[in-house]
Design a protein. Structure first.
Length: 285
């Protein structure tokens, strides 16, 4: 199975109402007066990082990817649980994890360790507290809403290729936690850009039952000459969101298009319909 097929099969299993039909990045769980936001992300050797990567960067990025999912829900981090494969410079991994936990003031709550003779894989579960209810989701973009992103795409791609000006964007991305919490009361839909701007716009349009019409000239990119690669590569961890036109935004953001009624595709790029998500961004399997 590829990733899409596997998730479709998971949707046939008994699901908690907080799973949101597995159509979002996080589960949402109301407990008394609090609403918890829970997410889990993984990183695998040779898929998310090279075998010669600094394991301190791997730990940082694992944490940042999880916190980015919380940011897209406007959640304040409460703590994380770690799933760790022993053997790949564990001391450096611990150093990077400590740096990240300290930088974002997030405590470690527990987890599990395993020894492996195969590919090293690392997992993390992050728990957050919603600062606004209802908690934003991918689903909810409305016709005539404006489409925004919080920053440029393509920086991680250039960093992966060794561009010294963008190495940090790939090795140590910054989750937009403050921006997500500020935007949560105002957005109609929100998610982070992890698998490529085009694919994530397609996903938001699909689940919202609308068409996201994007203008490439409005999209901020790290390298305008490589626009097509920048909007497909992923690993950017900026926030993609929609809000009613004219909304006064509390954080800097770039308007990149407008939501329309569902037409022939969930996504338009410069008026060209993109109906098939294949090759729009990164997908596992």
């Amino acid at each position: 199975m590829n990733e899409t097929e596997f998730v479709a099969a998971l949707r046939k299993l008994p699901l908690h109402p907080g799973a949101r039909g597995l159509e979002d990045d996080c589960a949402v769980l109301a407990i008394g007066s609090e609403t918890l936001v829970i997410t889990h992300d993984m990183m695998a050797e040779d898929t998310h990082f090279r075998s010669n990567a600094d394991m301190a960067d791997v730990a940082w990025k694992l944490l940042a990817a999880n916190l980015s999912d919380l940011a897209a829900k406007g959640a304040e981090p409460v703590g994380v649980l770690l799933g760790h494969s022993l053997g790949m410079d564990d001391a450096r991994f611990l150093a990077g994890l400590e740096q990240g936990l300290t930088a974002y003031d997030v405590p470690l709550m527990g987890g599990d360790t395993v020894a492996t003779t195969g590919t090293s894989t690392y997992g993390m579960t992050a728990i957050g507290r919603a600062v606004h209810v209802p908690v934003p989701s991918r689903k909810g973009a409305g016709v005539s809403d404006a489409i925004y992103i919080t920053g440029p795409v393509g920086r991680a791609m250039l960093g992966y290729e060794g561009d010294p000006d963008h190495l940090e964007a790939f090795n140590r991305p910054v989750p937009r936690l403050a921006e997500g919490m500020a935007l949560a009361p105002l957005v109609s839909a929100m998610m982070d850009i992890s698998d490529g701007l085009l694919l994530d716009c397609w996903r938001m349009g699909w689940v919202s039952g609308v068409t996201l019409a994007i203008e490439s000239a409005l999209v901020p990119v790290a390298d305008r000459d490589r626009l097509d690669e920048c909007v497909r590569w992923g690993d950017d961890y900026e926030l993609l969101f929609t809000a009613p036109a004219g909304t006064a935004l509390p954080v800097p953001a770039h308007r990149i298009g407008t939501v329309r009624a569902r037409g022939h595709a969930p996504l338009l790029l410069d008026e060209a319909p993109l109906a098939d998500p294949v090759r729009l961004g990164y997908r596992h399997g």
